[in-house]
Design a protein around this ligand. Structure first.
Ligand code: COA
Length: 319
């Protein structure tokens, strides 16, 4: 028994903040942001819009794409680090809006690797026969944990959601899943407050990052992970049809493409349009390249991500 991707969807909130808008807010330039990161704009939620709203809309698109009814879903898992509430979790919030009752619905937090973690877990539930059809989502409102006065981080992130419908299949879809983490690096990338760590005077929740150091560990760790995926699956470099990377920085993505000996035409790049949307980035990139016709049924895909924790994950997928 395997699981396969039956449908995909995404949703980006309407409000757009360009690099030129950011020039008015902090000491930065469009040129610096574009050349260092590949980002030109990001989408931000409205004041009354929350992670579950983005997740719900992406889920509707994936459900329609899969040609199913919401009632056919029997497992819901959302990767997010920016949930609406402490509880109910985002999975429960979208379950209710989709009119589904009784199925397991939960969210997990693994920062930018959240979708890869969710996909890996859902795959195990389907393969183990505990569910037949899963809704797997990556959704974030990063704008809510950004310090908009910190030029080193505020130019990087955006909001969005991506979703897939994963269903049981006799033919292999998810071929291999690799997940990892290392808590030693917590000081390099973290959000300063949470639920049990309450804000200090005058300090709201804020993402803090030593970008330069994150960059180096990300390239090294992702490199070892993609080597492991190839080796465990008896694949040569160049045998992957499409790389669908986490969209954090174009230079990290280029390093991965080089390591895999893949031309950039075979790499799905969406970072220009929405920056780093954390757990939403991989399913949004997947949906983009499926809908514009680049990715076709039967193609071999490598999905990968790296994020706070540190956490990392990859999935080898026959679409
Ligand atoms: N605009 C203009 N200048 C900026 C700036 C901004 N928005 N942010 C930082 N700078 C400055 C720095 O202050 C520094 O100035 P200095 O040389 O006078 O000290 C200079 O630019 C270089 O900073 P540095 O951090 O070395 O740049 P970099 O080439 O490493 O690029 C990142 C910075 C954040 C784009 C890059 O390190 C990165 O993408 N890291 C990975 C982050 C990531 O992916 N995080 C999420 C993981 S999921």
């Amino acid at each position: 028994m395997y699981s396969r991707i039956a449908g995909t969807g995404k949703y980006l909130p309407e409000r757009v903040l360009t690099n030129f808008d950011l020039e008015e807010m902090v000491d930065t330039t469009d040129e610096w942001i574009r050349t260092r990161t590949g980002i030109e704009r990001r989408h931000l939620v409205a004041d009354d819009e929350f992670t579950s709203d983005l997740a719900y809309r992406a889920s509707l698109a994936a459900i329609e794409d899969a040609g199913i009814e919401p009632g056919e879903i029997d497992f819901i898992l959302v990767g997010t680090t920016t949930p609406d509430l402490i509880f109910p979790n985002v999975g429960c919030l979208i379950q209710e809006r989709l009119g589904i009752h009784g199925t397991p619905a939960f969210s997990l937090e693994a920062a930018c690797s959240g979708f890869l973690y969710a996909l890996g877990v859902a795959n195990e539930f389907l393969r183990g026969g505990q569910a037949k059809r899963a809704l797997v989502v990556g959704a974030e409102c990063m704008s809510r944990i950004i310090d908009w006065t910190d030029r080193e981080t505020c130019v990087l992130f955006g909001d969005g959601a991506g979703a897939v419908i994963l269903e049981q299949s006799d033919d292999p879809g998810i071929l291999y899943s690799s997940l990892g983490s290392d808590g030693r690096y917590r000081e390099l990338l973290y959000a300063s407050t949470g639920v049990s760590v309450t804000p200090r005077d005058g300090e709201g929740a804020a993402l803090r990052m030593k970008g330069n150091e994150v960059f180096k560990v990300a390239v090294k760790t992702l490199g070892s992970m993609v080597d492991e995926v190839l080796q465990k699956n008896g694949l040569d470099k160049g045998e992957i049809d499409w790389l669908i990377p986490h969209q954090a920085n174009i230079r990290i993505i280029q390093a991965m493409a080089k390591r895999l000996r893949m031309p950039m035409e075979r790499v799905v790049l969406t970072i220009r349009e929405h920056g780093n949307t954390s757990a939403a980035s991989v399913p949004m990139a997947l949906d983009t390249a499926i809908r514009d016709g680049r990715i076709k049924r039967g193609d071999l895909l490598l999905l990968e991500a790296f994020g706070g924790g540190f956490t990392w994950g990859a999935s080898l997928v026959r679409y």
